[in-house]
Design a protein around this ligand. Sequence first.
Ligand code: FPP
Length: 246
Amino acid sequence: MGSPLLEQVRRNGPVPRHVAIIMDGNGRWARARGRPRYEGHREGMRSVREAIEGAIEAGVEILTLFAFSHENWQRPAREIRALMNLLVRYAREEGPELERQGVQVHAIGEVDGLPPAAARAVADLVERTRAGARLRLVLALNYGARGEIVRAARRLAERVRCEGLDPAAIDEAAFVAELYTAPWPDPDLLIRTSGEHRLSNFLLWQLAYTELYVTPVLWPDFTREDLFQAILDYQRRERRFGRVPV
Ligand code: FPP
């Protein structure tokens, strides 16, 4: 049976081209059930699948997921190990399905700073899904927005020193070209689950004009219907980009 929310999304149009998600609440979901935090993350993998399938059904072009932040290294070693194992499992188990669905996977962040098995699994997933043309799935891994901005500044400084780039020629477009996200337009819609109203060092540059949507739903409970709900909310908004309404 078709989803009435999806029908409505299609009727309303236009759909956000780029949706970004801060997947939050795995720990609270597990704690509420008296289960270890790891189980919340494992259940969160099912929601990743839901978000991808929902994005494809709605016609979203780019889906960016905050999967592991710089700050997450401060978690207990056991939890980090569990998250890395999940990432390896995700890449191996979901790879064939993602390929079949036409999903092209990208990774942003300091992917080389992940444990070797995780970095390899991600590289294999990116390689295996290269031909996907229906949805671009961008996984932010070992990612922090301030670090990304500092990295862009450093790369421009190197170009000034080594390529004779004129500092006066550094404009916003030149800066954007050095961000991890250079190939894609900025997110139109940012969803954060679990009710927190924070950006948590995610895509700080890119979210300048993004519409924000916070849902109390914990990430392991997130379904494609929640994605459709967020898109419907987005479709009701008037985006002005600093201008006055016409
Ligand atoms: C935040 O919940 C979630 C994370 C730090 C990790 C996100 C990982 C997944 C959804 C699973 C794997 C995903 C992929 C793409 C393989 P939290 O632990 O901060 O929850 P809390 O705020 O309730 O403690």
